[in-house]
Design a protein. Structure first.
Length: 185
C-alpha cells in the first residue's frame, strides 16, 4: 500500500489560529507584557493569558493599551459575577482600560493558581474602523472567584501593531504567560 502526500492539505485554512509570539514572565515579575511588530496578515488576533499578580489585593484587573496610545481614547464595559452577586458598568474616556476584570489571582492566593483570560481583537489590521476588543476571564479563590465578560473600544482607525498588557495593582508574577495568535480569514 502506498500513500500520496498532498502538500496543500496542510495549508492554513480560514479560521485557523497561528502562533505569533509567547511571553512568559521571569523571576521577579514584570510590570507589563508586550507584543510588538505584530504582522498585519491576519483577520483577527487572540491573546490567551494565564496570570498571577505580585500584589496581595484580590481585585486585580488586566489593562490594555494599543500602539502605545496613552490618551483617553478608550471606553470599556463589563459584566461580572462571583457566584453571589453580579455587576455591570461602563466607563468612557479611559487611557488604560480594563480588558479583563478581576483577571488574575493575587500573591496571597493558593500557590500555583493563576487566572485565565481570552482576549479577542477584531479586525485589528483595518484602517477604516475603530477597534473592538472582547475579553473573557476570571479566577477561582476556593469558591470565591470571579468571572467576567468585557469589551473595549479603541477610538482609532490605526492598524494595531503592538499590544501592552498591565495589571491594576503591582506586577505580573513569575510564570504568568501570554500567547498571541493570529486568526486567518
Amino acid at each position: 500500500m502506498s500513500f500520496l502526500i498532498n502538500p496543500f492539505v496542510f495549508a492554513a485554512a480560514g479560521g485557523d489560529f497561528e502562533s505569533i509570539a509567547t511571553v512568559t514572565v521571569g523571576s521577579g515579575g514584570a510590570s507589563s507584557i508586550e507584543f510588538t511588530s505584530i504582522p498585519s496578515t491576519f483577520a483577527h488576533l487572540q491573546v490567551r493569558v494565564l496570570a498571577r499578580s505580585t500584589a496581595s489585593d484580590t481585585n486585580n484587573d488586566m489593562r490594555m493599551q494599543l500602539n502605545g496610545d496613552t490618551g483617553s481614547n478608550y471606553a470599556y464595559h463589563l459584566l461580572a459575577g462571583d457566584g453571589g452577586s453580579a455587576s455591570a458598568f461602563g466607563i468612557a474616556s479611559q487611557s488604560n482600560p480594563t480588558v479583563v476584570y478581576r483577571a488574575m489571582t493575587a500573591a496571597n492566593a493558593t500557590a500555583s493558581v493563576f487566572g485565565a483570560s481570552i482576549i479577542d481583537i477584531m479586525d485589528y489590521a483595518s484602517t477604516s474602523k475603530n477597534k473592538t476588543v472582547r475579553g473573557f476571564g476570571g479566577h477561582d479563590r476556593n469558591g470565591a472567584g470571579v468571572v467576567s465578560l468585557n469589551s473595549v473600544l479603541w477610538d482609532s482607525t490605526s492598524a494595531i501593531a503592538s499590544i501592552k498588557l498591565t495589571t491594576s495593582a503591582s506586577n505580573f508574577a513569575q510564570y504568568s504567560t501570554a500567547a498571541l495568535y493570529g486568526i486567518r480569514a
